[in-house]
Write a protein that binds this ligand. Structure first.
Ligand code: ZN
Length: 456
């Protein structure tokens, strides 16, 4: 190797590198070089360039993975951890989430977003799609929430929830009138305003129509249109449970969820659709043809009794898949747990252990998530964005490490993550958060949760 290569900003070395490239084997005692926010080299330490790095992180006893992406979450819901256990989706929303969202003040949603973003980062999540609906949903709210993610160091997007005028389908959901404070025109203008304000920031604002089941066609069309206009993706809830599909069929001339989007001309790779649990064969065919990004939320779907996504069929058809936690209030936001539980759920559904490995799920979370965000392929390779994590696998609950990827998938948790690099910057640096005062963020977040709960 030439000695005149520019010095990397950061070198992570000594651990087992899991590049998550399609065919690659784990690189034992490897290194990753990072310069200007990008990965410049990776391989065995024996091939390391002679140039010394400005900073070296020793990853001995650990695995180094592409960063995990939580492609569907609602960060403010951290305030409602543990509430509504045993309720189904519609009742859980009506009883807990919508009253909480409507009661939030901007300072509180910012404090809660920082708290949940901190937890996400500490658990190995480098980026999230934060589908946000707290407070009055003024443009400034989405901008403030994006700013909160940026301060803590979590990348990704705020999908500003768009509701618009109350529809007959929204009545069927039993959503309160207070949820529909704006005309469609206001909703669209507010979204555009927030998108313009964050056009250059590390955390963008996306259009986030609330739900295919009860948003008007005007709102769905406008969401997709704004995304095209600003060169970003758009996000919505789609076919989450049987009730949502039934409401769609009743109010959309018997059509199902993806058929509605197809007929509107918005089912394409700009669409990131959370859940897609209740798809029939024709919708799977549509997904395989139009290639939207479908975001699987296995923990949430199980917690709320919503159903099991036809994930293995979708994978075999080449459908684009990512995964999400769906927020802290539905069993947590540790994406290692999502990986493990997602694999188990598919095996139970198929009564066949061969349908998916936990490594496949980790790949779907990192790679599928990066693709859904449009930030790369979620692998460790030269030229890729430097989003990666170091996971300690030298504890009692890991050893012996026979298969590093299987060990990370089945036995690691967010608590084992020691370093998180986002866009080349160590945000969690060998155990310490570098961006914010962690004790202050926790104190402010807990105070905000207590304050809003006291008003409910
Ligand atoms: Zn959701």
């Amino acid at each position: 190797m030439a000695d005149d290569l520019p010095a990397p900003d950061l070198r992570i070395e000594g651990g087992t590198i899991l590049t998550l490239d399609a065919a690659s084997e784990p690189i034992e005692t490897g290194f990753v070089d990072i310069l200007g926010g990008r990965i410049t080299a990776a391989g065995p330490v024996s091939d390391r360039p002679a140039t010394s790095a400005r900073r070296v992180i020793d990853a001995s006893g650990s695995v180094v993975l592409p960063g995990l992406v939580d492609a569907h979450t609602h960060l403010f819901q951290v305030a409602a951890r543990g509430l509504g256990d045993g309720l189904g989706l519609a009742e859980w929303l009506r009883t807990h989430m919508i009253p909480l969202a409507l009661a939030l003040r901007r300072t509180e949603m910012v404090a809660l977003t920082e708290l949940a973003a901190l937890h996400a980062l500490r658990s190995g999540t480098v980026a999230a799609v934060n589908h946000h609906y707290g407070g009055f949903r003024e443009p400034e709210d989405a901008v403030a929430v994006a700013g909160a993610m940026e301060r803590v160091g979590l990348a990704g997007a705020v999908a500003r929830m768009m509701v618009g005028e109350r529809t007959a389908a929204a009545d069927a959901f039993g959503l309160p009138a207070a949820n529909f404070g704006y005309t469609n025109a206001q909703e669209i203008e507010f979204t555009a305003e927030a998108m313009r304000a964050k056009a250059d920031g590390p955390v963008a604002v996306w259009p986030g129509p609330a739900n295919v089941a009860y948003c008007s066609e005007e709102i769905l069309l406008a969401g997709a249109d704004l995304a095209r206009q600003y060169g970003v993706r758009w996000h919505t809830h789609a076919a989450e449970d049987a009730f949502a599909v039934e409401v769609t069929r009743r109010h959309q001339d018997g059509r199902r969820t993806l058929a509605v989007l197809e007929d509107l001309g918005v089912l394409d790779s700009d669409a990131t659709l959370a859940h897609a649990v209740w798809l029939d064969d024709a919708e799977i065919e549509l997904a395989a043809t139009r290639l939207p990004h479908l975001v699987h939320n296995p923990l949430s779907n199980a917690y709320l009794g919503s159903g099991t996504m036809r994930l293995t069929e979708l994978r075999s058809r080449g459908v684009r898949l990512a995964a999400g936690s769906d927020g802290c209030a539905v069993a947590g936001q540790d994406m290692f747990t999502v990986a493990r539980f997602g694999a188990l759920l598919q095996r139970v559904a198929a009564t066949d252990a061969s349908v998916i490995s936990v490594g496949d799920m980790i790949q779907l979370i990192a790679g599928g998530g990066a693709r859904a965000l449009g930030t790369g392929t979620g692998t460790i390779a030269p030229g890729e964005r430097a989003d990666l994590i170091v996971v300690n696998t030298s504890s009692l609950h890991h050893e012996p490490v026979n298969d590093p990827l299987a060990t990370a998938g089945w036995f690691a948790t967010g608590l084992d993550v020691s370093t998180v690099v986002v866009g080349g910057t160590p945000v969690l640096d060998e155990g310490s958060i570098t961006t914010v005062d962690e004790a202050e963020v926790r104190a402010r977040g807990l105070a905000a949760a207590r304050a809003v709960m006291a008003r409910l």
